[in-house]
Design a protein around this ligand. Structure first.
Ligand code: SAM
Length: 236
């Protein structure tokens, strides 16, 4: 069972503050734009868009963009940042949209919450319903990197104006359910605990993603491996 919703509802404000400083969304959009334009993509649905910081860069490049996230709080914040952008609450496992898109992208590792094979298969089936043809791009943790380099205790901090935000994670590998692990995470602001969460997370191997794409009738175009990240690009 995906555990994204409650975590991200409670955590949207802090997530936004932190990751808008940590992630280079412009660089990412520039990178994916080079792939999307080769396939003549004009319209994009971004799944798990969070607070939608990629939207402005995609829209500036001329794409028609819709952002979707399971978390109402993420979408509420996204709407504050980008009031004229189409942003909706929804679940990738059960998309209910009438419109079709040339590309569906699921970036920022939202896929780590699709813990079971059924969930990823439901997600792919549901994504296909909102496309006639086009590209599917999913980034995930790469099992080939994550598992051999598995770290039990991870701590990092980032200074954002007058605040130091620290994230401490305690990870417990559980290979009985796949490339999965339990993560207890604590966020501290200036050493004060502000948020805790327990989730099950999942990494994917290229071979698994190929099988999921094959079973869903999606042609594998390309896999990109970069450190802990696996980007799977499929075409229908
Ligand atoms: C790690 S955050 C990434 C947010 C944003 N893409 C970014 O890169 O900053 C993962 C996002 O996926 C969303 N999410 C998790 N499970 C989802 C699902 N089943 N359907 C749609 N969104 C989901 C979460 O609510 C969260 O906003």
């Amino acid at each position: 069972m995906a555990t994204g919703r409650k975590q991200f509802d409670d955590f949207a404000q802090l997530y936004d503050e932190l990751f808008s400083q940590v992630c280079d969304y412009k660089k990412e959009v520039d990178y994916y734009h080079r792939i999307l334009k080769r396939h003549n993509v004009k319209s994009i649905l971004e799944i798990g868009c969070g607070t939608a910081h990629r939207s402005k860069y995609f829209i500036n490049k001329g794409y028609s963009y819709v952002g979707l996230d399971i978390s109402k709080s993420m979408i509420a914040l996204a709407k504050k940042h980008y009031p004229s952008t189409k942003l909706i609450v929804g679940d990738v496992r059960n998309l209910k949209l009438k419109r079709k898109f040339d590309a569906v992208i699921f970036l920022g590792k939202g896929s780590i919450y699709l813990n079971t094979n059924k969930e990823i298969m439901d997600a792919l089936k549901s994504i296909k319903k909102v496309m006639d043809k086009g590209l599917i791009i999913i980034d995930s943790f790469n099992a080939s990197f994550i598992i051999p380099n598995f770290r039990t205790n991870v701590k990092w901090s980032k200074k954002i104006s007058d605040k130091i935000i620290t994230r401490k994670s305690k990870n417990t590998l559980n290979l009985k359910t796949g490339w999965t692990w339990g993560r207890d995470v604590t966020y501290l602001v200036n050493k004060k605990k502000v948020f805790t969460d327990t989730s099950i997370l999942r990494a994917f191997s290229k071979e698994e993603m190929k099988n999921f794409f094959d079973y869903s009738g999606i042609k594998v175009l390309k896999f990109i491996e970069d450190g802990d990240t696996l980007v799977s690009i499929g075409k229908i």
